[in-house]
Design a protein around this ligand. Structure first.
Ligand code: 9D3
Length: 330
């Protein structure tokens, strides 16, 4: 595939395109990348590429004529033109895969306040943003798009790595460890040393789901979860009719979670979850037993996990784990 990048700052691209995987992709002939200076397409003797906005306002706008000439020169008759702009649709992995199948990409890095809209209408096929934050221009976004696209061009990286990516089903990765098994007093989770491949896969899956729910709950809707996994997801915390401080003050004063719930118009489970999340040590709840079953704990224990690791894994106290282990022996 061929990628042309149009920019006012070609020197910015020299480092990133001359290193690592993007360099290897070019060296092996899988991708050809050319960076071109938009200023070369300015026709006046000052090489002017920007001007003040019609209607007034701060900053400068990239002029239509040199932009249009630069794009038409790079596109030839087959280029797909992408403008990097803060007004674009959000770039994501699906877009990276789609663009990796395009034989000739032309990436246009805007700068200053933007590009004359008539160029976007006539010469640009799509506009992409890399995220909701303000940058000084489209150069770093263009590099990011090149990086994400090039690595999914067939042959650039090992097929196995790409296969694993699509296999994780839209979840974040769980934690990774390598030697030594003990670092500064923290041990690698025992299950990873157990050699029990099924238990390892189960653990990794649980960690990936847990992490995604905690850090990126927005990903869960589109994630590839079994109905069982979906049913076990912690419900999204819908916040407050009552502040944490009020809940904590009431609880510490000795009022039970059922009374507090009634007083503040939330459920007892909500009261307990909020207090637990706020780090409050809970008195024993009335009602049904919570946490993992005897069988679940027994199974994970067999992989060699310690009581502490089991407690973290199941999200309960070590007392609960010891209780289940005792019951499994009686
Ligand atoms: C008056 C509003 N402008 C400045 C706050 C809007 C604006 C113009 C130009 C904001 C950023 C830029 C330069 N940014 C890009 O060209 C850009 C970008 C970005 O800022 N964030 C995320 N993705 C991208 S892609 C190109």
């Amino acid at each position: 595939m061929r990628i042309d990048v149009l920019t006012l700052f070609p020197a910015m691209f020299q480092g990133p395109f001359a290193e690592s995987i993007v360099k290897r992709a070019q060296d092996s002939g899988l991708v050809e990348i050319a960076v071109k200076d938009i200023r070369e397409f300015a026709t006046d003797r000052h090489r002017t590429v920007d001007d003040t906005p019609y209607g007034g306002g701060a900053g400068m706008v990239l002029k239509a004529e040199p932009m249009s000439a630069a794009i038409r020169s790079a596109r030839g008759d087959d280029g797909h033109v992408v403008l990097l702009s803060a007004q674009g649709r959000l770039f994501d992995q699906a877009t990276a895969r789609r663009l990796a199948a395009v034989p000739h990409l032309v990436l246009v890095a805007g700068h200053y306040e933007g590009v004359d809209e008539r160029v976007i209408e006539s010469d640009v096929d799509e506009e992409l943003s890399i995220g909701d934050y303000v940058l000084t221009g489209g150069e770093l976004p263009a590099m990011i798009v090149v990086d994400a696209v090039v690595r999914v061009v067939p042959g650039v990286i090992e097929e196995a790595s790409l296969a694993h990516e699509s296999h994780t089903g839209g979840l974040l990765e769980g934690p990774q460890y390598t030697r030594p098994a003990d670092h500064a007093g923290k041990r690698v989770p025992q299950v990873l040393l157990s050699g029990d491949h099924e238990a390892i896969a189960t653990w990794r899956r649980a960690e990936a789901i847990r992490r995604t729910a905690e850090r990126r709950p927005d990903l869960l809707a589109g994630a590839d979860l079994t109905p069982e996994e979906r049913a076990r997801l912690p419900k999204a915390p819908k916040r407050p009719k009552v502040s944490d401080e009020e809940l904590i003050r009431a609880y510490r004063s000795g009022v039970g979670s059922y009374r507090i719930a009634a007083r503040f118009g939330v459920s007892p489970a909500t009261v307990r979850a909020r207090l637990r999340d706020a780090g409050v040590r809970m008195r024993p709840a009335r009602g049904t037993p919570r946490g993992p079953s005897v069988a679940e704990v027994k199974r994970m224990r067999k992989t060699g996990m310690t009581v502490r690791e089991l407690a973290t894994h199941f999200g309960v106290s070590h007392v609960t784990i010891i209780d289940r282990l005792k019951k499994s022996k009686s």
